[in-house]
Design a protein around this ligand. Structure first.
Ligand SMILES: Nc1ncnc2c1ncn2[C@@H]1O[C@H](COP(=O)(O)OP(=O)(O)O)[C@@H](O)[C@H]1O
Ligand SMILES: [Mg+2]
Length: 400
């Protein structure tokens, strides 16, 4: 009889809700993860990521809804009955066992005669065969994490769950392991569900990213598409940075929705605007905005044409970050916008805090999302950046 463990196919979460008392941790979640894909569940701490994974693993049962792999309904089955393994941030290795025995532990317990050969093969996959005889304490953090991955992979699960597996590693090692995990996933072709609160990690690794907030999926799709066109104010801020301004739709101009944002008229492609009338939250990404000293001085460097929509602004801060320079500017509404200019010119524009500039962008890059719910984001837009107070008088005033 084929049991749960033999189930194959896409992972399907159907109308799953998980409540703890009167608190809803996961709220009517429905999603389908294609077999063999790298899927990232991205969201802030407490949004319900771990609870979702625990339900897939069988460590927690949904309050309502179903979890299936292919056509096999796993709801109610025990963790060991499922073709699912989990890698946690805490590696949870057996300290007294060698690396090889740690990896062979699962297959041995399930009575595989060739458990050690399976372990060696899997250690080769994670490139640790040369350390098979060591104890976990004799390994670096990154190596221990690879053993944890090998220990899960050796069971050839249909679905591998990774709950913030790189959280304990330093930045450089994290980046290496991101590439490494992606390579392993491509090589074994299993379904990986990777949970993280790090948007960059989710974007670089996953085929599909689902952004979770308060127990619900706000948006799901390929990373580049999501970055290009966020569906909600939350996604616009959580995945990359966005310059946002609240306004009101005033009409149409061909394929564009026209809006008034704090007295400035801006255009948003209708196909990129989630609302057709009333309140709208206008957005444009920092690298899509350009700076110049005069109006229409800002041109698209490739196309050599005026970009379209512009605003006058005051420079608040200039930070040189090598490949680019980040400018913080104050727009007429009083909001702070972030502008990234690639450092392409030999003789870059020399701007100081207090300088008056024009910022300009191609309206084709603008997007519009519902303004409802955006209040809670006010102030959080730049919460992770320090905004210096502009000087009382501009440098020009001081010298001329
Ligand atoms: N066993 C539990 N009892 C009560 N509340 C819980 C329990 N597990 C998780 N929660 C709550 O559910 C919410 C989601 O938790 P979790 O899934 O761990 O979030 P994340 O992994 O996204 O940080 C949190 O507010 C957390 O406190
Ligand atoms: Mg968690």
């Amino acid at each position: 009889m084929a049991g749960f463990r033999e189930a194959t196919g896409d992972l399907r979460i159907e109308d799953v809700t998980k409540s703890f008392g009167d608190f809803t941790a996961v709220d009517d979640l429905t999603l389908s993860v294609p077999r063999g894909s790298f899927f990232a569940l991205l969201g802030p701490s407490g949004c319900g990521k771990t609870t979702t994974l625990r339900m897939v693993a069988g460590l927690e049962q949904p309050t309502s809804g179903r979890i299936l792999i292919g056509d096999t309904d796993l709801t109610g089955s025990r963790p060991y009955e499922r073709p699912v393994n989990t890698v946690f941030q805490s590696y949870a290795l057996f300290p007294h066992l060698s690396v090889r025995d740690n990896v062979a532990f699962g297959p041995k317990r399930r009575g595989h005669k060739d458990a050690l050969a399976m372990a060696d093969q899997t250690l080769e996959l994670v490139q640790l065969q040369h350390l098979a005889g060591r104890k976990p304490a004799q390994l670096s953090g990154g190596q221990q994490q690879r053993v944890a991955v090998a220990r899960a992979l050796v069971n050839r699960p249909e679905v591998l769950l990774l709950d913030e597996p790189l959280g304990a590693l330093d930045l450089k090692l994290r980046r290496q392991m991101q590439v490494e995990l992606k390579r392993i996933q491509t090589e074994v072709g299993l379904t990986f569900i990777h949970v993280t609160h790090d948007q960059e990690e989710a974007m670089t690794m996953a085929d599909t990213v689902a952004v979770m907030n308060h127990g619900r999926i706000e948006q799901m799709g390929p990373p580049a598409a999501m970055y290009d066109l966020p569906a909600t104010a939350f996604v616009a801020n959580f995945v990359g940075q966005s310059n946002l301004g609240e306004g009101r739709v005033t009409g149409r101009d061909g394929d564009f929705v026209v809006a008034d944002v704090h007295g400035s008229t801006v255009k948003i492609p209708a196909s990129r605007c989630a609302v057709t009338d009333g309140r709208v939250l206008f957005g444009v990404r920092p690298e899509k905005v350009h700076l110049g000293r005069t109006s229409h001085d800002v041109i698209d460097r490739d196309r050599k044409v005026a970009l379209g929509d512009d605003l006058q602004a005051t420079v608040l801060d200039v930070s040189f970050i090598g490949v680019a320079t980040q400018y913080l500017v104050q727009v007429p509404s009083g909001a702070t916008w972030s502008v990234y200019e690639q450092n392409l010119d030999v003789d870059p524009i020399d701007l100081r805090p207090g300088d008056q500039v024009w910022i300009e962008w191609d309206p084709a890059h603008a997007f519009g999302v519902a303004a409802e719910g955006a209040e809670i984001l006010a102030g959080s837009v730049l919460a992770d950046r320090t905004i210096p107070t502009p000087p009382a008088e501009t440098p020009q005033d001081a010298t001329s």
